[in-house]
Design a protein around this ligand. Structure first.
Ligand SMILES: [Zn+2]
Length: 267
């Protein structure tokens, strides 16, 4: 959680059906999120799971400081110490107490404040940042979670949050409507009404992020924007039930996705 670099972790699959969770976590990860919090999801992407303590820990201990200290004592060395600081008291009071209890091993505090108690969440984040900095805990990051959508991530990031746990808005994301249609049968043009007949290729200029759809057999077009080379975006992955394409590891797919997002942001 370095300054200027925001982490977004998928908490969504924790709410999903167990059979769906690994696929959901994988999709969230290749879509650009930084990590996943379920064991099976992490297994599916070949990475270590990322998570923080639950409120249950503080409730079972009945005392935040004892709970944070116990976590620090028993968790393996490489696990970042992220203390949940909104269980019973005010966030800034608990954040300072956590920093004083764990010291320089504390990587971040997590605010998971329920909506009913938030008031202005950006203001709470600014306040926590101020109180931590004033006491010399400048390296302690602020991780936020609870009902965050993409707009909240932007707003809270501007207020000083360094990391985000996103749950429901990943596991119950709005549907992207799409359909698969037969458009050609062994060379014979065939499409139902409302659909375009014939196999097609999507040509993409990776510099301008411009797509052009042409009949499959037609020669590659030039980019209508920069007149540069366009590449075929559709590549066969399965043929007659056999995997024929190059199935890249999730980390590599994620890099590709992020690279494209960066290009779109620059346009
Ligand atoms: Zn171009």
């Amino acid at each position: 959680m370095a300054a200027g670099e925001k982490d977004v972790v998928a908490f969504g699959a924790r709410r999903a059906h167990p059979a769906l969770a690994p696929a959901l976590d994988r999709a969230a990860y290749v879509g650009g999120l930084d990590g996943v919090s379920t064991l099976r999801g992490a297994e599916a992407i070949g990475e270590e799971p990322i998570g923080t303590m639950p409120h249950a820990l503080m409730i079972v201990f009945g005392d935040q400081v004892e709970a944070w200290r116990a976590y620090d004592e028993v968790m393996p060395h490489g696990v970042p110490r992220v203390a949940l600081v909104d269980t019973y008291f005010d966030e800034k009071v608990e954040a300072v107490r956590a920093a004083e209890a764990i010291g320089e091993r504390l990587k971040a505090v997590r605010l998971d404040t329920p909506g009913s108690r938030r008031g202005s969440f950006p203001e709470i984040i600014r306040e926590v940042r101020w109180e931590l900095d004033l006491r010399g805990f400048n390296d302690v990051g602020i991780f936020v979670s609870g009902g965050l959508d993409e707009e909240a991530v932007r707003r809270l990031g501007d207020a000083g949050a360094d990391g985000f746990g996103v749950g429901t808005y990943v596991s119950c994301a709005p549907a992207v409507d799409f359909a698969l249609d037969i458009v050609e049968v062994e060379g014979r043009l065939a499409a139902k009404r409302g659909k375009l007949s014939g196999r097609k290729q999507v040509w993409r200029c990776h510099r301008c992020m411009v797509d052009v759809v042409h009949p499959y057999e037609r020669a590659p077009p030039k980019c209508p924007t920069c007149n540069g080379e366009m590449k075929a975006a559709l590549q066969p992955l399965i043929n007659n039930g056999e995997i024929v394409g190059d199935l890249k590891p999730p980390r590599e797919i994620r890099e590709f996705a992020l690279d494209q997002i960066r290009k779109i942001e620059r346009l």
